[in-house]
Design a protein around this ligand. Structure first.
Ligand code: SIN
Ligand code: FE2
Length: 262
């Protein structure tokens, strides 16, 4: 598997943090100006963890964007009606491809329940982490709903579209340990993540195991682009604030990650 190659040529780099390469449509951010103050503690953009790391907050056509170690976090990118529309679009996906509890290759049940939409879906069991052409129940994965693809188009501007939308559901107490997304064939494509429902404490590490980490609360409607230097960075979800949002009637957090796998 190739590692760490980036495809920066076709896009316009817009941030100058540790040589970050971003995947934004050229010209979209011309009007961005840095905010004078970082977000207030307790605000939507509340940050926790190790202060003093490179981060940048900008305001532009796609709303407020925080850049943290190359992760581009679009706070509140989806308003409440857009979040509800997304949930409605995901309902048939969850009916056709029910959530399952994958096991790690070491036989440990994951606390997050998962399913996918797209040509392939991500799955894990004793055989290892991989993309599969079918749901474990033996049916094709449903198509990625159009409103989900629209988000990818908005934040990446890329012509190629994802072939997998992994749907993670975090119920009370669920978490995801630090990991790299590295089951894809070509890491030059970004991964785009969409948060819906309860708040989740997202932790960002480095491209190698260990070292310092930083965390940020992701709230419903936030969209994160993991490209360039962030593409192979360790990340995970420490915990959720169960029932902090009313988007899902039973509580919990849905996270979509859009990937180009081949
Ligand atoms: C993931 O890394 O697959 C999920 C991240 C998240 O839940 O925000
Ligand atoms: Fe991930």
């Amino acid at each position: 598997m190739t590692r760490g190659r980036t495809r920066c040529g076709a896009q316009t780099p817009i941030i100058v943090l540790s040589g970050a390469c971003t995947f934004q449509r050229p010209g979209v951010y011309k009007d961005r100006k840095p905010l004078l103050q970082p977000p207030k503690p307790g605000s939507l953009c509340e940050l926790s963890g190790n202060p003093g790391q490179a981060r940048q907050v900008t305001e532009g056509k796609l709303g407020m964007r925080i850049t943290l170690r190359g992760f581009e976090i679009f706070k509140g990118r989806l308003d409440a009606p857009a979040q509800r529309a997304l949930i409605a679009a995901l309902r048939p996906v969850l009916q056709a491809a029910p959530l399952v509890s994958p096991q790690t290759p070491y036989g440990k049940a994951m606390s997050v329940r998962m399913t996918s939409a797209g040509a392939v879906g991500w799955y894990s069991d004793r055989k290892g982490y991989r993309y599969m052409p079918q749901h474990p129940q033996g049916t094709a994965w449903p198509d990625i709903p159009q409103p989900v693809l629209d988000i990818w188009d908005d934040v990446t501007g890329l012509e190629r579209r994802p072939d997998c939308c992994l749907v993670n559901y975090y119920g009370e107490g669920a978490r995801m340990g630090l990991h790299q997304d590295k089951d894809e064939a070509d890491f030059s494509w970004p991964v785009v993540s969409v948060s819906l429902g309860d708040d989740g404490l997202f932790r960002i590490g480095n491209r190698t195991p260990g070292g310092s980490t930083e965390s940020i609360w992701l709230t419903s409607g936030d969209v994160v682009v993991m490209g360039g230097e962030a593409r192979l960075a360790y990340h995970g979800l420490d915990r959720i604030r169960f029932k902090s949002s009313r988007l899902l009637s039973k509580g919990g957090r849905l996270n979509l990650t859009l990937r180009v796998t081949s």
